[in-house]
Design a protein around this ligand. Sequence first.
Ligand code: SF4
Length: 168
Amino acid sequence: MLRILNKIRQTGLITEDLPRDVVLEQVGAQLRAGIARQFQGSLAIRQVDAGSCNACELEIHALNNGYYDIERYGVHFVASPRHADVLLVTGPVSVHMETALLRTYEATPAPRLVIAAGDCAACGGEFGCSYASRGAVSNVIPVDAVIPGCPPTPLALMQGLLQVLEET
Ligand code: SF4
């Protein structure tokens, strides 16, 4: 045990310093201020994959990595729509997910915000409407805002969220 502790002490810190991202810091600070003003400092998001190709989810997951670390700005992803202020929906709405999306929407306490993230959620994108797809999220539930992109980057998601806060 002592040998391991000694080795850790001798090796020191070997990770690289994060480069400073000025835009991210600015958007984050504005986001934190908006959430403090409108949501008592804590905004809860329930993410719903209504039929996406999962690339949108990868970008959303990145919001929680060590680089973006969106929780430091007061944004939390929650497991239940009953605890959510915002529904963040991706993908065209597949026919198989239509009922689940409707039930999730009904389970989210009002006033609730619905954000369609990604081109598929905005307009159906690559998949459009078909026998298997209802297309845009707004074809199934009311949508308050759209974040375009295929997929939207983590920074674009933060900027979209900020815009929603400023407009509501
Ligand atoms: S917007 Fe692009 S990345 Fe997102 S679900 Fe559609 S095809 Fe995939």
